[in-house]
Design a protein around this ligand. Structure first.
Ligand code: HEM
Length: 179
């Protein structure tokens, strides 16, 4: 399995501008973040390391997938000098729901994809799954955007965080980065 590791410490491509605990406990502060595909041991200097794997789609339907593919940008655009790493854990109540009810909360009620699409192509994104790896978070979500799109990204977050889906979020840390 190809893992992506987010290591906070003294080195790394991204400068950590702030770490904010949205729900539940925060993460330790650090200067920089390294995003790496290589398996590496936790160095003594690192403040924390989170790992996740890209995976198959759980909720996206064909028409939504087509709409996403038509507009979503790749990661690593040179102008996208801002990033957010937002690790998220959902409640046991969420995981106890059957698949069809999770999908209904996610899209029919909360419009996660429809809302998210309004912010593409400004925001590039990647979802990593951590729950089955025994990690502290269920998901690691990663976003890249240009400084001029920062307020649009805040608006997107505010809309998602007031949706029904977020009633099922028990831990969320919002880490902002720049390069
Ligand atoms: C930029 C616009 C966004 C778009 C287009 C988007 C789209 C999507 C899509 C299509 C999925 C479902 C993947 C699947 O079928 O398994 C998903 C899942 C997810 N997204 Fe977003 N998203 C956006 C922004 C965000 C933001 C800002 C956050 C966090 C603050 C977020 C957090 C998540 C999480 C945690 C999941 C996993 C949900 C679960 O499996 O329970 N997304 N997103």
């Amino acid at each position: 399995m190809a893992l992506t590791r987010f290591t906070a410490g003294a080195t790394g491509t991204w400068q950590i501008d702030r770490i904010l605990a949205v729900t539940g406990p925060s993460l330790a502060t650090a200067e920089r973040l390294e995003v790496s595909a290589l398996p590496r041991t936790v160095s003594p200097e690192s403040a924390w390391m989170l790992s996740g794997a890209t995976s198959y789609k759980r909720y996206t339907e064909r028409s939504e997938q087509a709409a996403l593919v038509a507009v979503q940008p790749a990661l690593g655009r040179p102008e996208a000098r801002c990033a957010a790493l937002i690790p998220i854990t959902k409640t046991a109540r969420w995981w106890d729901l059957p698949q069809d009810e999770r999908r209904a909360v996610f899209e029919e009620t909360s419009h996660h994809i429809a809302v998210g699409l309004e912010y593409l192509p400004a925001v590039a994104r990647q979802l990593y799954h951590s729950r089955d790896l025994g990690e502290p978070f269920d998901f690691l979500t990663w976003f890249e955007y240009a400084a001029g799109d920062a307020s649009a990204f805040e608006e997107l977050l505010a809309r998602l965080r007031t949706s029904r889906e977020w009633d099922y979020v028990e831990r969320e840390v919002d880490i902002r980065l720049s390069r």
